[in-house]
Design a binder for this molecule. Structure first.
Ligand code: NAD
Ligand code: TYD
Length: 351
């Protein structure tokens, strides 16, 4: 049966890398990128593949069940890889309901269509739900999140993603819908919207603006290069066991302040600035409410069962990422004009 794969959120950061990988690696599949093009969606991310014969784009909001149904019927969708989401914790603190709508109700809209359209033939169709390790809550100084760690989300973002994960499992158990799920650690890489730590700080260093480190900078995140996340999604989509979840991460934990200092050091070198000059931009600001202390993924299951592992070290990935931002200043300029300024002022002025 030919595959017509609907990738939601394909114009976003991770989605654009997943779309590119599938369009180029699988010319026999038709890839339909469905995206509402919110502030985080940008078709510039896909300029290099937009004319590929197996690529289609549909500007649709996953809250619009009627439009979604039309897309399912028009393209005879056989599989879904679901990435569309509101994805930023700080925005979820400002506006939780947006996260409930897109992340929970939007996901249920997609699940309803998959359930109805694929009925009687669930074995030949797959719903791949892309989620986050943040659903597990926070770790102390030791330990890892495994696939059996109980859910304990602390932010409106992670609560909404946890809700969407539960609905995916519920549709699998209740209706027999075929699904797989991936819960990945923090991503970084090209095309990352500069509201998240790494691209925000790269942009601020370029423009000699303060680097707002929340609290004492003691919080720890586990970082994975975005292209390695895309290959993990490819692996699990094709080879993951039905009705199972896989944790995705690179065993690459960094305390925020150590990461920021490393970033400053590499940026000084790449920009030809005096050693230590970017570090002077570090400014400790009021902490994020409910700030999870530490995330760390145990990625043994996907590694041992499916043979996936990251392809780059953190130093390589960070170097590639910084180079991408320095050669794509136009992209950065475009996404940081207009509404971004308003967001930035709300988020950081007087903090
Ligand atoms: P992003 O914010 O960069 O992109 C989200 C995309 O979804 C955008 O293109 C946006 O236009 C689209 N979108 C948002 N609301 C929509 C709606 N109502 N209808 C249709 N499209 C809509 O996010 P990202 O960082 O690329 O994350 C993608 C997915 O991966 C999300 O589900 C996120 O929870 C998950 N995830 C992200 C990370 C990370 O570190 N960024 C880690 C693990 C999992
Ligand atoms: P972020 O990139 O928002 O990802 P997440 O909250 O989903 O992990 O933040 C990564 C870490 O960096 C997190 O501990 C919060 C911190 N942080 C700052 O210290 N300052 C900032 O301006 C931002 C955006 C994040």
């Amino acid at each position: 049966m030919p595959k017509n794969i609907l990738i939601t959120g394909g114009a976003g950061f991770i989605g654009s890398h997943v779309v590119r990988l599938f369009v180029t690696k699988y010319p026999e599949y038709t890839i339909i990128n469905l995206d509402a093009l919110t502030y985080a969606g940008n078709l510039e991310n896909l300029r290099d593949i937009e004319n590929a014969p197996n690529y289609r784009f549909e500007k649709v909001n996953i809250l619009d069940a009627t439009a979604l149904q039309e897309v399912f019927e028009k393209h005879q969708v056989t599989d879904v890889i679901h990435l569309a989401a509101e994805s930023h914790v700080d925005r979820s603190i400002l506006s939780p309901l947006d996260f409930v709508y897109t992340n929970i109700i939007g996901t249920v809209n997609l699940l309803n269509l998959a359930k109805d359209k694929w009925k009687g033939n669930y074995a030949n169709h797959r719903f791949h739900h892309v989620s986050t390790d943040e659903v597990f809550g926070t770790l102390g100084d030791t330990g890892f999140f495994t696939e059996t760690t109980p859910y304990s989300p602390n932010s409106p973002y992670s609560a909404s993603k946890a809700g969407s994960d539960h609905f995916v499992r519920a549709y699998g158990e209740t209706y027999g819908l075929g699904y797989v799920m991936t819960n990945c650690s923090n991503n970084y890489g090209p095309n990352h919207f500069p509201e998240k730590l790494i691209p925000l700080f790269i942009n601020n260093i370029i423009h000699n603006k303060p680097l707002p480190v929340y609290g004492k900078g003691d919080n720890t995140r586990d970082w994975l290069y975005v292209i390695d996340h895309a290959t993990a999604i490819d692996t699990v989509f094709h080879n993951g066991k039905n009705h199972e979840g896989y944790n995705v991460g690179g065993f690459n934990e960094w305390k925020n302040i150590d990461l920021v200092k490393l970033l400053c050091k590499i940026m000084d070198e790449k920009l030809g600035r005096t050693a230590g000059s970017s570090e002077k931009l570090i400014s400790y600001v009021t902490d994020r409410p409910g700030h999870d202390l530490r995330y760390a993924i145990d990625a043994n299951k996907i590694n041992k069962e499916l043979g996936w592992k990251p392809s780059v070290t953190f130093e390589e990935g960070l170097g590639k990422t910084i180079d991408w931002y320095l050669t794509n200043e136009e992209w950065l300029k475009n996404v940081t004009s207009g509404a971004y300024q308003q967001y930035y002022e709300n988020q950081y002025d007087g903090r």
